[in-house]
Design a protein around this ligand. Sequence first.
Ligand SMILES: [Fe+2]
Length: 484
Amino acid sequence: MKHYLGISAGFHDAAATVINDCGNVVYAGHAERYSKIKNDPNIHQDMIWELAEGRHIDHIAYYETPWKKQLRQWYSGQGIEWNKLTTHQIVRQQLKGYFDNVPITAYNHHLSHAAAGFQTSPFLSATVVVIDAIGEWDTISIWAAEYKNKKAVYKKLWGQKYPKSIGLFYSAITERIGLRPMEDEYITMGMSAYGEAKYTDTMRILADENLHIGIDHMFLPTAEHADIAASAQAVAEELIYSVMRRARAYNYSKNLVYMGGVALNCLANRNLGEYFEKVWIMPNPGDAGSSLGAAALAYGGRINFTNAFLGTDIPGAYPVNDIISSLLRDKICGVASGRAEFGPRALGNRSLLADPRGDDIKDKVNAIKRRQQFRPFAPVILEEFVNEYFDMPSGWTSSRYMQIVGRCRMRNLFPAIVHVDGTSRIQTVPADGSGIRQLLEAWYKATGCPMLLNTSLNIRGEPMVNDRQDADRFEQLYNLKVHS
Ligand SMILES: [Fe+2]
């Protein structure tokens, strides 16, 4: 059987994906989970062993074209990284001498995003929109995608090039309010609910500028951080929707595939249904997910994508009964079971779970997570109950990868999972027989509540727990049971 290895590495958040010639993703993981270095740009040795175990790799696919990126970096005054000038240089460095004789192909950065989305989507044809910070030159692209003779075919309809960039704009604002750019954008988004969009005129002018090196810390010097965040979120949404209108105007398809790091903005995502009938966002829409996109391009056909549990395996049955006992006794526990999530969200296999009912649970979870008090936690709910508990935005009947927010209909009963604006970042779980599904069913049977609080299981300052050793470390450090 043939195997295609996709690599996204060398810059930030390294990841790798292996697809076999039946179109199954047999492995997809993030380097940071192995090295414990958040957003680690380099592929980890243990990851190479794991992805190659028992397989022959026939083809390596890299997620972007290095010389084009270097040309843009030179143009923008960042200099040239001579050791990252060719695909061979980067891939050989990253794979540490493994697979030395395997042929390598480099693809276009935005095309890899588009493929990661379209080839995992339920659609046979779609309009694909990619919005990110920057790859080679494109910062926005719109594609028409379909299958011809079972091979995915992409036609680029429109593109916007560097330096104008919605992603760079949002990252620059994130830095301005004292957070880490390219990492903490979701905190900026969370903070926006606390502010007033007072500065949208100034923001619109700013968004038109080259923001690659950030903005002056004296930009709006007396403004509250929350008002800056709210204004930036409002303008980012305006810009995103103008791209969606443009994409829809091509009248190619009523199906939208939306990718790129900006597709992680779940506040903006809730209104996509106004522009397209059906929407698919792959659970890992940023550059790490492009390792899957590059492998998908090398494979060529449709991917059998059923869930995001594609990384390191902690074998054994999902410990449903143990978790229920812990939750009934302590209201909170961890779980590390099955394959790790591919993407930034814990979806039930590397999760800290809690009873979402009542006032005291947020403090209990925060005693471990120690994150900003203003940020709520996310609910995970049996999909058939979602409309009872939340108002879903139009066009969305499910949210299996926590990609949108909806208004909670019972915010007084579940304060820990509701944001100040009354919304929650929802994860719905269909009847797919997964571990988290079995757990929610048992929890509903025991309590009458179809919902749990779900946040990622990670030691403070570290990426998500990956293997059993990490889970043991977590348990000892926080004196909290982690079921495996
Ligand atoms: Fe990107």
